[in-house]
Design a protein. Structure first.
Lengths: 201, 201
DNA sequence: ATAGTATTAACCGATTCGGTCAACGGAGGT
DNA sequence: ACCTCCGTTGACCGAATCGGTTAATACTAT
């Protein structure tokens, strides 16, 4: 892509990025026209083609950006340093919501790109996603200190419970256009506290 | 639509329905071509236009079919007659999985149609969805007998927990192509039993 | 004015779209 | 063998859309 893109005022860069995320997240790669992205970003199609040589380049650029932003945000959130399982999940969701404020459609875009099958981009796509693919084994619970939890609790089931509910939250957030992010966060915090009182000694 | 459609062997009807659900669920109404649906169903585009006068008619027919099938299946599942909250949710998920076996992409289609904004179908769509819209207040908990549950449990939070986790399950099921429906059901059953041991006296 | 840069309208050839229509093929009936 | 009916299709149409190019415009600093 054209280096000039980075010299743009940040607000304009953001508009273009988000327009790309938005359009590509709603339809497949092939069914997402460049002029629609340009229109959403408030620029002309020609200018979009000036910054990105072709559609494929823009698409892959967006994917790289998404991967880079998520891993960076997640690392900076401190959720990996958390020892308390519940606080760790809370920090994780906090990080995600922060990103959703700045890039509302990025996660939807990434999710869709993950399953994109179009031969024009498939291979290069897999190459970008590859490292992230193995990491998605987070359905299995991390190591926990059983002495912290009430007796008789099936920790495996507990983790499934809170993991699925958290995913249900994320699902809610992405569904149906705009939502009150702050309310979601505070609701989730309440749920976390509920779980703590339920499971912790 | 053409009455001849109903005279088709059921297997062929099913193929056409599912092809429509599939294609319309992956892209917006405008970006879902008729020839793609025909190809997916294994018939020619001409024949598809023989059964359905135009794209709009097919789309609305599918929506009506989806609404009709879900409400009917849900009613027949007996989940409304259940008094036990947990068993009620289990029956509800059972009904949904049964439908997913026969119409794998119907719920994804219905979900997407719910937010479809294309002016060509928007108004007629709303008219079909309207009754179902008010009903979606199931985020608030039904009436429960507190004496059945352990003391000190915040029933409101408990319901949010299991409701969200259930949605997380449904989310899992729809995501990422084909999955083992039977495994999902048995996993969910385990989770239900876990909740019972956790919350019930 | 000038030079350089950011931005666009207009255009191009190729493809796709919704929809039509004449024709094909097979299964009786005569 | 011929006819007829009917499910089905390939070929076609005009319009729209697509990715991408280019020549010209608007803007800005000198």
């Amino acid at each position: 892509m054209n280096e000039k893109f980075y010299q743009l005022p940040e607000e304009k860069q953001l508009r273009i990025l988000n327009a790309g995320f938005r359009v590509f997240s709603k339809n497949s790669y092939r069914k997402s026209p460049m002029n629609e992205i340009a229109g959403e970003a408030g620029i002309s199609k020609s200018l979009l083609f000036f910054y990105f040589r072709n559609k494929k380049e823009l698409y892959l650029f967006l994917m790289k950006k998404a991967e880079e932003l998520t891993s960076q945000t997640l690392r900076a959130s401190g959720c990996y340093g958390e020892t308390d399982l519940f606080e760790m999940m809370y920090q994780g969701l906090l990080a995600k919501t922060d990103m959703m404020r700045k890039y509302p459609d990025m996660s939807a875009f990434a999710l869709r790109a993950y399953y994109e099958e179009d031969e024009e981009v498939r291979d290069d796509l897999r190459r970008i996603i590859a490292p992230y693919t193995k990491l998605s084994t987070n359905k299995t619970l991390p190591k926990l200190d059983p002495s912290l939890f009430k007796e008789g609790i099936d920790l495996n089931m507990m983790y499934q419970d809170i993991f699925l509910a958290s995913e249900g939250y994320m699902y809610h957030m992405q569904q149906g256009g705009r939502i009150d992010v702050d309310k979601v966060v505070s609701d989730y915090r309440k749920l976390i506290d509920f779980w703590k009182s339920l499971y912790l000694k």
